[in-house]
Write a protein that binds this ligand. Structure first.
Ligand code: FE2
Length: 492
């Protein structure tokens, strides 16, 4: 345990120095407040024993400065000039105890022992809280595959753990190999102040400028004027406000993938090695998770692109169904707009429309393009396409909402459809909309075995299916849209 002794009376300092040494503490001495602050800026102490009246800087002023430190030590005042006013003022400023000279050595020993024990418990408590913050963040990071969510959790935990005023994340751009500002989180000031500060920081930092600072180091703490501080605060008019900057390199699979910067804008609050060590572990975990999330999102996008291409290819090779999905989507969206569905719902319906027959990928062309009625077993194969579609789309997390729409698009209002024989409102609304749109386009399109129906005949067929094949409410809306549907037909 480190104790700082501050007194201009050499005899008292020497005596207390040996007493504390005998008690097993590591004492350091200073003869006034200025000297004491120099010691406090270089290393952390558990306890400060200070006189009140000293040249250059007295005990009360020193106490005020100690209060601004990030992890302030406890303070015991030892004075020969005690007044009720100074005692009250000192206690208000958070002083732990007040010893009057001349003092009894045993009393000093006991007071120091009690203070050290209190300090130990408080530090343990703080460490425990920090561990809980880090543990919760780590759990949240592990359980997410969304890069934006992971970044949010990481920045938030970094601010809480280090008491930083602002956390800024740079991620490496694989093409340019530069670090690009990718996220930030402020914990003090208004949102506007935070945005303004972040806006003044460099949006891109060249990796080769940064790399020399992190050769063999994962964490860097820089003070104003240092080269790293200059590089990261660059042209910012606020760089003078950044009293301390903690930078942590992010590595995933042994590759440099980004940089987490924590800014202290509070005068006197500087980051410690302890902050760096704790956050390095969190940053490493976050970096790995961000990489995984990007990889996952990339894989999902590729997969989605692949099945979209398959859907196009499926229609392209068959002149009878060419453009079918596109046309079904147009009709379905027109119905949805008339039903006043939300923009998000209409977008969802659009995606489902484009992919509703994706399951036909698994069906042979001989059956799909058969120029005549299907046999019972061929019809059974056709009926499998919503199920196959579900299996194809299910692995794409971002499409999870359209899977049931696609799966149920051949259900009938009277319950005689497939694959599950759902009826009425049990069929998802968007599947019911697709059902009407799908049937109308099939009827009005040319097929290998029949001519297309003219629009009036097709509308009449839809009307005939109201209440048996189709939801009557949707049929009503569709029939009211007759003119716009015919205009959409011309577009196809
Ligand atoms: Fe279908």
């Amino acid at each position: 345990m480190k104790v700082l002794l501050v007194d201009d009376d050499r005899a008292i300092v020497d005596m207390l120095y040996h007493v504390l040494l005998d008690e097993g503490y590591q004492p350091t001495t200073a003869t006034n407040g200025i000297e004491a602050l120099e010691h406090l800026s270089r290393r952390s102490f558990d306890l400060v024993l200070t006189d009140l009246k000293m040249p250059r800087m007295g005990g009360m002023e020193l106490l005020g400065e100690i209060g601004k430190l990030r992890n302030p030590p406890l303070v015991i005042i030892i004075t020969g000039y005690a007044t009720v006013e100074t005692a009250v003022c000192a206690i208000k400023m958070g002083v732990y105890d007040y010893i009057i000279k001349p003092f009894n050595i045993d009393h000093v020993k006991l007071t120091v022992r009690r203070a050290i024990e209190k300090q130990r418990l408080e530090r343990e408590n703080i460490q425990l809280k920090e561990m809980i913050v880090l543990y919760n963040a780590s759990e949240a990071i592990s359980s997410s595959l969304e890069a934006t969510r992971i970044i949010e959790v990481m920045l938030d935990a970094a601010c809480v753990q280090s008491l930083a005023d602002l956390a800024v994340l740079y991620l490496r751009d694989e093409m340019s190999r530069d670090l690009v500002l990718s996220g930030h989180q402020g914990s003090s000031g208004t949102e506007r102040e935070c945005e303004e500060f972040v806006g003044s920081l460099p949006a891109v930092v060249a990796e080769n400028h940064l790399r020399p600072f992190f050769n063999g180091h994962g964490v860097r703490i820089s003070a104003p004027g240092s080269p790293l501080h200059e590089l990261l605060c660059a042209e910012s008019p606020h760089r003078g406000e950044v009293g301390s900057l903690l930078s942590i390199s992010l590595k995933a699979n042994n590759r440099f993938v980004g940089l987490l910067n924590l800014f202290s804008l509070t005068p006197g609050v500087t980051f410690s090695d302890h902050d760096g060590r704790a956050l390095y572990i969190l940053a490493a975990k976050g970096a790995g998770a961000i990489e995984n999330a990007f990889l996952y999102e990339n894989t999902q996008q590729n997969y989605l692109q692949t099945i979209r291409s398959f859907a196009c290819a499926l229609e392209a090779k068959d002149r009878y169904t060419h453009g079918h999905s596109q046309q079904v989507t147009r009709y379905a969206e027109a119905i949805a707009r008339a039903m006043k569905l939300s923009v998000d719902e209409i977008e969802l319906l659009g995606q489902a429309g484009m992919l509703h027959d994706i399951g036909k990928i698994g069906i042979s062309e001989a059956i799909l393009n058969k120029p005549g009625p299907l046999t019972a077993s061929e019809y059974e194969i056709i009926k499998q396409h919503p199920v196959t579609g579900k299996h194809i789309l299910m692995p794409i997390t971002s499409l999870s909402l359209i899977v049931p729409i696609v799966y149920h698009h051949h259900e009938r209002w009277d319950g005689s459809g497939y694959p599950d024989g759902l009826g009425g409102a049990d069929i998802p609304l968007m599947s019911r909309i697709l059902g009407v749109a799908d049937a109308f386009d099939a009827m009005t399109s040319i097929r290998a075995y029949r001519r297309p129906l003219a629009p009036p005949e097709a509308f009449a067929e839809i009307f005939r299916g109201s209440g048996s094949q189709f939801d009557p409410a949707i049929v009503d809306i569709f029939l009211h849209l007759r003119t716009s549907v015919e205009a959409l037909m011309l577009r196809g």
